[in-house]
Design a protein around this ligand. Structure first.
Ligand SMILES: [Cu+2]
Ligand SMILES: [Zn+2]
Length: 178
């Protein structure tokens, strides 16, 4: 009898161990996601935005072409839906914490407020930075959300959008296919 309990306990411990290893592998796999950005109707801005989890936040690498020269508001929006010709289907700024709109380096901001991206005279826009608020887990998870590049600069002040104007490019944040 005593011997059987020993065997049983060993078996249970083995199962628990396997579960822990399995969960850890799932967590480790979720370190990167990508949004393929397509122009909205009447626009030409296309590109790729890659999100990579780091110790102090999320590294964001954005690359666009076909962008009118100058600054353009750049946000994560609440819906991963680019189906409308003007991308209004992506909804408002991603704001799970119920804050006001602001600059990316402000403590008062939407989680989705990623500031501006500047395009050069040939229409190329590139920006790489680490954002402390973005995550792939919990209520603040950006997975499945939309990414929008706007026609105008984000002034970091006007509510609730930063007065960034129309939406010239839209994409959905997706985990890589396994
Ligand atoms: Cu926006
Ligand atoms: Zn905002």
């Amino acid at each position: 009898m005593y011997k059987n309990i020993g065997v049983f306990l060993t078996f249970v411990l083995l199962l628990v161990g396997l579960l822990i290893v399995g969960c850890a592998q799932k967590q480790a796999a979720m370190t990167t996601a990508t949004a393929a950005m397509n122009p909205t109707q009447g626009n030409t801005a296309s590109g790729t935005v890659t999100f990579t989890k780091e110790e102090n936040g999320m590294r964001v690498m954005a690359h666009f072409e076909g962008v009118p020269p100058g600054d353009h508001g750049f946000h994560i929006h609440e819906k991963g839906d680019c189906s409308a010709p003007d991308a209004m289907s992506a909804g408002g700024h991603f704001n799970p914490t119920g804050m006001s709109h602001g600059a990316p380096d402000s403590t008062v901001r939407h989680v989705g407020d990623l500031g501006n991206i500047s395009a050069d005279s040939s229409g190329i826009a590139h920006k790489e930075f680490v954002d402390p608020m973005l995550t792939f887990e919990g209520a603040n998870s950006i997975l499945g959300k939309g990414v929008i590049l706007h026609a105008d600069p984000d002034d970091y002040t006007s509510q609730p959008t930063g007065a960034a104007g129309g939406r010239i490019s839209c994409g959905v944040i997706e985990a890589p296919k396994q």
